[in-house]
Write a protein of this length. Structure first.
Length: 202
């Protein structure tokens, strides 16, 4: 839970506590508030709020875990040049950008995708957790398609998600809207022409 979540929880608990105190004073001491000691009021309120707080502690983290993370939007730094069209590519370079990927995107146009930079060639494993749209996943080694996964389905965060393995070392992963590989004729062994605004040798 982040700082903002903790602050929100504290504020909520404070408001509940304040409301319960006011309701208790009115109901228990409607005509003689002065005769109700503060210690008695707070003790009884704590006895009431204790179970509520316990439920909040158990439920709030679970509820927060079900909230999907925000979608990242990266600059267009590359283009995939195909005979039929050009695909604009966001480029994920840092570990944080690679981990976030295309998760939480509700829509991905046919002329958009994301290129993941792996740097040193190595086998890559990834999943579709929190990704909301089906994708074609293309593993690339030195500019050539090494392997690919067609139509990888979305996987909500409350489900167990399959792992997709490049099997062999790759240095780039390309994610496109599902159906792009068939539509563009992308298959293992094909050379891909990726134009980059910053020099990255495929």
């Amino acid at each position: 839970m982040g700082t903002g979540d903790a602050t929100t929880a504290i504020v909520i608990c404070f408001l509940i506590f304040k409301l319960m105190k006011e309701n208790y004073v009115v109901s228990q001491c409607p005509s003689q508030v002065g005769k109700c000691s503060a210690d008695e009021i707070y003790l009884k309120i704590l006895n009431c709020i204790g179970p509520v707080a316990g439920i909040l502690v158990a439920v709030v983290p679970v509820a927060l875990a079900l909230i999907p993370p925000p979608a990242q939007q990266l600059p267009i730094e590359a283009k995939l040049a195909m005979p039929a069209q050009k695909i604009e590519l966001e480029v994920a370079r840092t570990p944080e950008q690679v981990a976030a990927g295309l998760r939480s995107r509700s829509f991905l146009p046919l002329d958009r995708g994301m290129l993941f930079v792996v740097n040193q060639p190595k086998p890559v494993k990834l999943w579709m957790k929190d990704v909301l749209v089906p994708l074609d996943i293309i593993f690339i080694r030195n500019g050539t398609v090494a392997s690919l996964v067609k139509n990888a389905p979305p996987c909500p965060r409350w489900k167990s998600c399959p792992i997709y393995d490049s099997v062999q070392p790759v240095n780039y992963v390309l994610e496109l809207p599902a159906g792009s590989a068939n539509r563009l004729g992308i298959q293992p062994g094909r050379k891909l022409d990726v134009e980059l605004t910053e020099q990255i040798l495929l």
